[in-house]
Write a protein of this length. Sequence first.
Length: 235
Amino acid sequence: MKKILHILRRRSAEEKPYWEDFSYETQDAGATVATALSSLHAENRVCASKEEFRPVMWEHSCLQKRCGACAMVINRVPALACDTRLSELRGDIVQLEPLKKFPVIEDLLVDRSVMMQNLKDLSVWLEGEAKSGPEDMAFEASRCLQCGICLEVCPNFAPGGSFAGMAGMAPLSRLIARLPGEQRGRVSRAYIKGVYEGCGKSLSCRDVCPADIQIDELLVKSNAAAVWKRWNSIR
C-alpha cells in the first residue's frame, strides 16, 4: 500500500501556509494516519521539495483512541489520526490539515486551550459530595475525549463565544447526573447559559464523535434535568 501525505504546513500562525507531499509505503493493512506521520520522523527523510527535512508538528499521546490529542482534518473530515486507517481512505492522496476552529501553532498542531477555559468559565467541578448513578448518563458523558472534533463541525461554536459546545456539555452532564437535586442549581445555570441557549441541535457533532457518544440522548436527558427540572428523566 502506497499513499501520498498531502500536508498543509506552516511554521507559525503568522506564516503563509503551503502544501507539502510525503510518500509513505507499507505492507501493514492496519497502518493509520498516525503510523504514517510517526514514520516521517523515524526515517528523518528528506522531502523532494525541500533541501532539509523539517519534522511535521502534530499532537499525539496514547495513539489508542483514548486521549483525543491527534485530532486533525483528514480528507476534509475531522477525525483522530490514530483511528483512521489508510486502507479505508479512498485514493492515493491523504490530505491532512489542522483543525480550523482553533489557532494554529505549527503545521497540524493547534491551540485548544479555549476548551479548558470554557470548562473553567462553566465551573465544571464538584463543590460537595456527589451521589452514585444514574450510571447510564454519567458513563455516556464520561466517554468524551475532549478532542475538539465536535466543535470543528458545529455551526454554533466559535472560540471566544458563550456556547461551549458538546465538549462543555459532556462534563456538565456528568455533574447533573451525579449531584443531588438540591445541589444542581449552579450546574443547571451554567448548562443553560453555556450549552442550552447556544445549541441549534444540528447534531453534526454526533456524526463525527470518535467515541460514538449518543449526543442526542444525552442532550434530551440533560435538558430535562437542567432546564425542565424533570429529575427522574435522567435515570
